[in-house]
Design a protein around this ligand. Structure first.
Ligand code: GTQ
Length: 340
């Protein structure tokens, strides 16, 4: 042979598997994402700064993306999921659009803003979880006083890897309201008594808002000495009333209560998780990194990272909101857990 056979096969669009084998078939997953904490008190002044200098005519959404140091380009928070912090001021509207990526908002602070999702106006209060399933029109407005800030969660890193991303502007800033305000939450919130006249819908929950006051009631119905999970404490999943499963096909949203002094067992699973601290303070050891966290911080546990949570207070609960791609892993037969 006169030419280098490796060069020759390269020019023919082929490659030698034996040089790639270990990377393509790892013994176990090694996430490109790293454990990380985004501190709210550090980011908040910059949120307020950009709210002052950047109008919503100049920005589709005024959001600081929480970018994992290991996932800069394209930016993501963990492999499949994204988190951002959005701010909107009184009198502003973030214009109506839709995308195939699914989204939710977990409200951090402020009063008087609302989002309209496919014609339903949904009010926001701190601690509420609002859903914007894929391809639903949504615009955000603020009629109250003071800035309103929330955590956005989206699955666009996964959707884009699957090359299934579409985006569309409505062409008018706000949607009209076509059903009574907060209608879906009022219709479905009782959980065990769901409307029969609505045909069971798609793969996502029909509920626009899982209000904080319902979440608090759910916790108060569970005894202080309930066993809970050895790894996540008293953890509840927000459910789709039609299926009992996750609120959206790609993301499961959860809320957990770590009692004073709680020390979770260490474990690991293939799903990636993003946590947001509703209140309290603690630490999580993630693949040997000590992540300390306080109110409104956001932190991540990459897939297959070994982790354990501790509530550092001996007198106050720690409350953690979290979301994970576990439904995707399970649907594809790729969910694995290991402990000890
Ligand atoms: O509010 O529609 O953080 O489209 C990222 C993309 C928020 C939103 C984000 C979005 C939105």
């Amino acid at each position: 042979m006169t030419t280098d056979p490796y060069q020759a096969i390269k020019e023919l669009g082929a490659a030698p598997l034996w040089q790639y084998y270990g990377n393509l078939f790892p013994v176990e997953p090694q996430s490109a994402a790293v454990p990380y904490v985004w501190r709210y008190q550090d980011l908040r002044p910059y949120m307020l700064h950009f709210a002052e200098v950047l109008s919503l005519q100049e920005a589709e959404r005024r959001v600081l993306m929480l970018v994992n140091p290991g996932l800069q380009e394209p930016p993501a928070t963990v492999n499949s999921l994204y988190a951002g912090i959005q701010i909107i001021l009184p009198g502003e509207t973030a214009q109506a659009h839709r995308h195939t990526a699914s989204a939710f908002r977990f409200i951090i602070e402020g009063q008087g803003a609302y989002t309209t999702v496919n014609g339903e106006r949904v009010d926001m209060h701190p601690g509420d979880l609002l859903l914007t399933p894929g391809w639903h029109w949504h615009d955000h407005s603020h009629d109250g006083a003071g800035p309103m800030m929330w955590l956005d969660g989206l699955d666009y890193p996964l959707v884009n890897k699957l090359e299934a991303g579409f985006f569309e502007l409505l062409g008018q800033r706000m949607q009209g309201s076509t059903v009574p305000d907060n209608f879906s939450s009022r219709k479905f919130i009782h959980g065990r008594l769901s409307p029969r006249w609505d045909a069971p819908g798609g793969a996502h929950s029909p509920i626009g808002n899982y209000p904080w006051k319902e979440t608090e009631q759910a916790f108060s119905g569970i005894a202080d000495d309930a066993e809970g999970s050895h790894t996540e404490g008293i953890i509840l999943e927000y459910t789709n009333p039609w299926t009992g499963g996750s609120v959206m096909p790609t993301m499961s949203c959860r809320i957990s209560r770590l009692r004073p002094g709680f020390r979770g067992f260490a474990h690991q699973h293939t799903a990636s998780t993003i946590y947001h601290v509703v209140r309290g303070q603690g630490e999580s050891i993630v693949d040997g990194d000590r992540l300390t966290w306080a109110e409104h911080d956001t932190f991540c546990v990459p897939g297959w990272a070994r982790y354990e949570h501790t509530n550092l207070s001996m007198s106050q609960d720690a409350i953690l909101f979290s979301y994970t791609d576990e439904p995707v892993m399970r649907a594809l037969g790729l969910y694995r857990v290991a402990s000890n």
